[in-house]
Ligand binder design. Structure first.
Ligand code: IMP
Length: 209
């Protein structure tokens, strides 16, 4: 079965193809001649992944899926959330995005220390965070949604050369002391938010498609 994946990222396409396994041929946006940016104007990851999948389905009328991922930092009230890709600006600069998260957490911790120095009782600032991925699959015109999450904490500084995005500042609970950029691609894919959502979709497809 041929399925269009709303991505231009070869790494994501490879990971999804490996997880789906035999019987499924995944093709990218470029393969079907879609070169424009697909609109993502929703307020939630779910809304954005649905918007992207529906855009493709309306254009191509074939089986397709789209994913959307966000980082939620508890002390930042769930930010960057739906703004994860462009948290520090429209240039989607990974380093600037990470610096912004580290800076904002630093400010909150600084405020807490100051309050403490005035004798106020202050709860320790949590650095807990999670990545969430939502996949919307449109198959034979029916919509299915799959989700995956990866729990962890935001590191005090960047570490590691692997991965992409916020990997150098995210320490998964499964690998204490190491960021996602410090571990191998296989180790990350086995625990990642996107890996979990993709495996949930693969299980459903193998059973139902
Ligand atoms: P997308 O929805 O997959 O395009 O992800 C949105 C943004 O989330 C990306 O631009 C990255 O900044 C970030 N992101 C997504 N997945 C990961 C990941 O596995 N590690 C680190 N950052 C990620």
């Amino acid at each position: 079965m041929k399925i269009v994946f709303a991505t231009g990222n070869v790494g994501k396409l490879r990971e999804a193809s490996e997880i789906l396994g035999e019987g499924f041929e995944l093709v990218s946006l470029a393969d079907v001649g879609i070169l424009e940016d697909i609109p993502e104007t929703g307020n939630t990851l779910r809304a954005n992944s649905l918007q992207k999948a529906q855009y493709l389905y309306e254009k191509l009328g074939c089986n397709c899926f789209a994913d959307d991922t966000g980082l939620e930092v508890d002390a930042l009230g769930g930010a960057p959330g739906v703004y994860t890709a462009r948290y520090a600006g429209d240039d989607k600069d990974f380093n600037k995005n990470m610096d912004k998260v580290l800076y904002e957490l630093g400010v909150i911790e600084g405020e807490a220390r100051m309050a403490e120095s005035f004798g106020l009782k202050v709860k320790k600032v949590s650095r807990r965070a999670r990545f969430k991925s939502v996949i919307t699959l449109i198959i034979d015109g029916q919509i299915r949604v799959f989700e995956g999450a990866l729990e962890g904490v935001i590191a005090r500084e960047k570490s590691g050369n692997g991965g992409f995005g916020y990997d150098p500042i995210f320490i998964a609970d499964e690998y204490p002391g190491l960021t996602l950029a410090d571990i191998s691609e296989e180790e990350k894919n086995a625990i990642s938010h996107r890996g979990k959502a993709l495996r949930a979709m693969a299980a459903w497809l193998h059973e139902n498609a």
